[in-house]
Each structure stands twice: as structure tokens, then as C-alpha cells.
Write a protein that binds this ligand. Structure first.
Ligand code: BG6
Length: 474
């Protein structure tokens, strides 16, 4: 629908940018940090030096000054669980919490609202060794203890909390659960994945309850990967496949977290495969009474979907790191009109508008865009004597996606803020430093740390003007 007029972005709109701990901090295994399941990813990508990240750990003063120059209203960062509890539980490591206290304090001093992700992929390895990690209900208590400790230590200054980053991707990638490697096929461990999912939902509800009790002025919610799925043709079977895929990648979590029940289509999917998890009925009441305050979404692209007959392979999935087909349900197909990034992700700002509209239609909760951004291979250029990156494609991507947010806000849908992924280049989970998202270039390669200098890209200045004008129309 074309809108005749656009309203203004709210005056307190959280113009933000994001990073995560394991992709940015460096200082790996120093100052008491324990091992996490991300070590497995690091082992698989031997060409990339993960240990030093982009050295946010030592350069956060400089990075916060850059955020201030950019005019950021909010900065999303994640806490490394194993800096706080090196084994995942037990005694806290004071050097770890000190680091985050300093970062959060400095953000506040500079007028930037911290948005803190409690857990972003780097699950403590020793909890997997102690009891199987998210596969055991013991994980619920340890996550609650960890989050409660953070509320006590950081709650005076942190108003926005994210429970878990991209739960659907965590449960579908065995190495993120610490129970396999990047070559493992999701078909082989579906049962465990959905037990982990249940435990993560219950753990989130317990932490939401704690947050509301201890920090009544704070807001808390998940950050889910969320997108629009398009039927590849007008055949009803393809429409059904697209709908089912949305249920099996997005709504199954949201229905548990926001409505306190198993989506019936998802439940039937689990029952048909004999993998509906056992749990006490009190779990659903807990979930129903402890809903998130907002839904955070990480949005990058959209997928086209066709139906896929089961033949003799009912339930078999294919595709890594997350399945792109499941026999008897769907297969993702190539969109023939949308442009893509170098990694084949569609560039689709209208898809963001569709996704936000559907999300609000289904759950009627405020939305926070916790990640959105454009990846590219980039290197420094000299223009009129100035060293920079002329990332015009990123500017165009961000412009169009922010415009979609603007339209959605104009329709009356509450969107709290928008975080560009990423503030500065960080290590991409699967493509090292070859895949850059930053508004700020970081001078390092996969294996060569070089100077780690920060250099503002053209998009930095463009986003600065957007924040200042409080609109993408600049
Ligand atoms: C999200 C994650 O999945 O997407 C980030 O929360 C990640 O950690 C981002 O970096 C982009 O993915 P990638 O694989 O392109 O780095």
C-alpha cells in the first residue's frame, strides 16, 4: 500500500548500531574468560584469527567516541557469559563484570543507551560437559542465575535487555548447542534441538520474570531472526509451504514466548515425528504470564519457498548451516527478480515492511530492530587525499530499509528503534573479515591484524545525517 503521508519518527527513537562479544572484543581467554561453544566455529575457520577480534576490549573508549560523533542513541552489545562465569555457573569472575560495567557506564556518560544481549551464541562449553547444556533442564537455572547476576551488576544503567540471540539458528546448528560440528545434518538431532528450544523458552520466561521483578523500569525481549517468506508460484501448495516455513522457523518460538502455547501446526509436526518434548504443564503457565515487553528482530533478507514432496525421505532436511529444505514440507528457491549480496542474500526492503506488519499483526508487541545491515568485501580507497570506503551500496540498502521502518511507523505500528549491524567491521561467523558490515572500517584481515585502526566509511557520515534529521529523507 502506498502511503499518502509519512509521520515523523518518534523523538525518542533508538537510532542504534550493534556488535556481539565474540565477533568484536578479542582478548580471548584472557582476564579469566572461560571456553565457549564458539571455539568450535573458530576451529573450523583456521584461516581467521578470532583471538583478537577487532579489539573492542581495549579500544572501547575510542569506539564510544566514534559512536558519539555518529550521534548514536543506542548501542547493542552482548555479554560474554564465560567472562562473567568462566564455567557457566559457580563463582563470578570480577574482571569480567568490571569490563562490562565500565563499557556500560561510559556509554551512559556519552548519552548512549546500552541494549544488552545476555547470550549471543557463545554458550559455556563446560555446561555442555557438565550436563549437556540446553538439552538439560539444569540449563534453565544456570541461565537464570547468570542473567540475575547481570541485572544486579548492570541494572542501574541498562534499561534494554535481550534474552537470547537467534534461538532458531542456535537450535538448528549443532555446534552452537555444543553437540556437533558444522557438518552435522539437522535431521540427525531434531529431537534434541526441540528439547533445547523448550528449555530456552522456559529459561527466557524465568529471566523475563526476574527482570520485571528486579528492574521494573527495564524492558526485555528476545532477538529472533525474522523475515518474510514468499511462495515461489501462485500454486496453493507453495503458499502453504511458505506459511509452514514461517511457522517452523519463527512463529513456533513466538507462540511459546508471547502466547504460552505450542502452535498447533508445530505441535503436529513434532508429534508426527515422535519428538514432542516432555515437560511439566506449569511451564506453559510460566510462559503465558511472563511475556516479553518487545520483540527484537534481526532482518537481512527474504526467501522464496516451494512445496517439496516427501517421497521416501519424509522429514529429512538438507542444507547447512541451517536447513534449506525439508522433505514433505518446503524447499527454498531462488528469487528471480531481487538483487542479492555477494553471499546470495536477497536485498529486499519491502520484505522488511511485510515482516514488521505480520509480526505486529500476530503479536501486537512493540518491535525493536536489533540487526539489519549490508555485507560486502571492502578495502580502503583514497579519494581526494582522504582514505575511506565509498560504500554506496550500503547507504542505499540502509536508506531503503529505514524507509520501510518509516512506513511501518506511519501506519501506527510501534517500533522502538533500529540497530545497524554493525557499528564497525567485526568477524563474520562464517566468512571472517571477508564479509564486512560496518559503518566504520577496521584495518585488519583474516590472519593479519595490521593496525586495527578505525576509518569512517561514507555510510558513517550518511547515518550521522539520518540520526540528526531523525529521518532517512536526507
Ligand atoms: C546474525 C547474528 O545471524 O547475523 C550475527 O546475530 C551475524 O552474529 C549476523 O554476524 C550476520 O551473519 P554473517 O554470517 O553474515 O556474519
Amino acid at each position: 500500500m502506498e502511503l499518502k503521508t509519512l509521520s515523523e519518527f518518534p523523538s525518542d527513537f533508538l537510532w542504534g548500531a550493534a556488535i556481539s562479544s565474540f565477533q568484536a572484543e578479542g582478548n580471548w581467554k584472557k582476564d579469566g574468560q572461560g571456553p565457549s561453544v564458539i571455539d568450535q566455529t573458530r576451529k573450523e575457520d583456521r584461516t581467521t584469527n578470532f583471538d583478537d577480534g577487532v579489539d573492542f576490549y581495549h579500544r572501547y573508549h575510542e569506539d564510544i567516541q566514534l559512536m558519539k560523533e555518529l550521534g548514536l542513541k543506542a548501542f547493542r552489545l552482548s555479554i560474554s557469559w564465560t567472562r562473567i562465569f568462566p564455567t557457566g555457573n559457580g563463582k563470578p569472575n570480577l574482571a569480567g563484570i568490571e569490563f562490562y560495567k565500565n563499557v556500560v557506564h561510559e556509554l551512559k556518560q556519552n548519552g548512549i543507551e546500552p541494549i544488552v544481549t545476555i547470550y549471543h551464541f557463545d554458550y559455556p562449553t563446560q555446561l555442555v560437559e557438565q550436563y549437556g547444556g540446553w538439552l538439560s533442564r539444569k540449563s534453565i537455572q544456570d541461565y537464570e542465575n547468570y542473567a540475575t547476576y547481570l541485572f544486579g551488576a548492570l541494572g542501574d544503567e541498562v534499561k534494554y535487555w535481550i534474552t537470547i540471540n537467534e534461538q532458531d539458528h542456535v537450535i538448528k546448528m549443532p555446534e552452537r548447542l555444543g553437540i556437533g560440528d558444522g557438518e552435522a545434518d539437522f535431521s540427525n538431532y531434531k529431537q534434541e534441538a526441540y528439547v533445547a528450544n523448550h528449555n530456552m523458552c522456559v529459561a527466557s520466561a524465568r529471566v523475563i520474570a526476574r527482570c520485571h521483578q528486579l528492574l521494573p523500569n527495564a524492558k526485555i525481549g528476545p532477538a529472533l531472526s525474522y523475515q518474510a517468506y514468499y511462495p515461489a508460484t501462485d500454486q496453493p501448495e507453495d503458499v502453504l509451504a511458505a506459511d509452514d516455513l514461517a511457522t517452523l522457523t519463527q512463529n513456533y518460538i513466538l507462540d511459546l514466548q508471547c502466547r504460552g502455547h505450542y502452535n498447533p501446526i508445530f505441535k503436529k509436526y513434532l508429534v508426527d515425528r515422535g519428538i514432542f518434548p516432555d515437560f511439566p504443564t506449569t511451564d506453559l503457565a510460566l510462559l503465558k504470564h511472563n511475556r516479553p515487553d518487545f520483540i527484537g528482530i534481526n532482518y537481512y533478507s527474504t526467501d522464496d519457498v516451494s512445496s517439496l514432496s516427501a517421497q521416501e525421505k519424509f522429514g529429512k532436511t538438507e542444507g547447512l548451516p541451517v536447513p534449506n529444505k525439508e522433505y514433505g514440507i518446503y524447499t527454498k528457491t531462488k528469487n528471480r527478480t531481487l538483487p542479492t549480496t555477494k553471499w546470495g542474500w536477497t536485498i529486499d526492503s519491502v520484505g522488511l515492511r511485510i515482516a514488521l506488519q505480520r509480526l505486529y499483526h500476530d503479536y501486537e508487541l512493540p518491535i525493536l530492530i536489533t540487526e539489519n545491515g549490508f555485507s560486502n568485501e571492502e578495502s580502503l580507497e583514497k579519494r581526494a587525499g582522504v582514505t575511506t570506503v565509498s560504500d554506496l551500496k550500503r547507504i542505499s540498502y540502509l536508506h531503503d530499509h529505514i524507509k520501510a521502518v518509516h512506513e511501518v511507523i506511519s501506519s501506527g505500528i510501534p517500533v522502538l528503534g533500529y540497530c545497524v549491524w554493525t557499528l564497525m567491521d567485526v568477524i563474520s561467523g562464517h566468512s571472517g573479515m571477508n564479509k564486512r558490515y560496518g559503518l566504520i572500517y577496521v584495518d585488519r584481515d583474516n590472519d593479519n591484524l595490521k593496525t586495527l585502526q578505525r576509518i569512517k566509511k561514507a555510510s558513517f557520515y550518511w547515518y550521522q545525517s539520518v540520526i540528526k534529521a531523525n529521518t532517512e529523507e536526507v
